[in-house]
Ligand binder design. Sequence first.
Ligand SMILES: CC(C)(COP(=O)(O)OP(=O)(O)OC[C@H]1O[C@@H](n2cnc3c(N)ncnc32)[C@H](O)[C@@H]1OP(=O)(O)O)[C@@H](O)C(=O)NCCC(=O)NCCS
Length: 178
Amino acid sequence: MIIRSYTESDFEGIKQVIHSVQTEECWPFYYPNGWDNRKILSEFNPLKNCRDSIFLVSEAEGQITGLIAGHDLDSFIEQEIPHLRAQFDELGIYQTKAFYQRDIILHKIHQRGTLGLRLFRDLQKHASETGYSTLVTRTPPLNSRGITFFSKLGYQEICEDSNPERVYFMMSLKPTFD
Ligand SMILES: CC(C)(COP(=O)(O)OP(=O)(O)OC[C@H]1O[C@@H](n2cnc3c(N)ncnc32)[C@H](O)[C@@H]1OP(=O)(O)O)[C@@H](O)C(=O)NCCC(=O)NCCS
């Protein structure tokens, strides 16, 4: 399994990864029509204009098996959740340089192994090396697999929002000595 940057020719591959999970667990509830090409493009196009973005795919035997993507948190707040700015400020997130982990999706046949952790470590390394000290992510509250996965990585829940319905998590990238 290799992990490398996404290129335009990987579009069909990431589409297969996304479609493999869209009928599982909570996803039909949140996306009854699945993610069509337009939705996929609208999810990943912002990466082109956001600061310090990263978009990685994993590949095995010519097939895309998973993806992870992220960029600076400021762009995300500005473009998608400006109503949470004050709350994030109160939580002290603006006193740190924060990076937003936008998506992590593994093809269903490549879940329950170590791939998710490997993709996450690469994003975490990128964020640290580009000067960020905090990671933020979110997921729908019914995504119990995702919530368990994030908790295992060290994320802590910080707040819930209803527009859209999401649970937000953060994690410090600075080593702690306590
Ligand atoms: C969330 C997601 C990335 C997590 O990846 P994952 O590889 O499935 O991660 P998990 O923690 O569930 O699985 C790895 C664990 O399962 C264990 N495992 C292996 N086989 C297993 C099995 N048959 N049953 C249960 N667990 C198993 C692994 O050993 C590992 O455990 P450990 O880290 O506690 O030792 C993945 O489920 C996914 O792509 N989901 C859809 C998209 C999504 O929800 N994205 C995130 C939020 S938007």
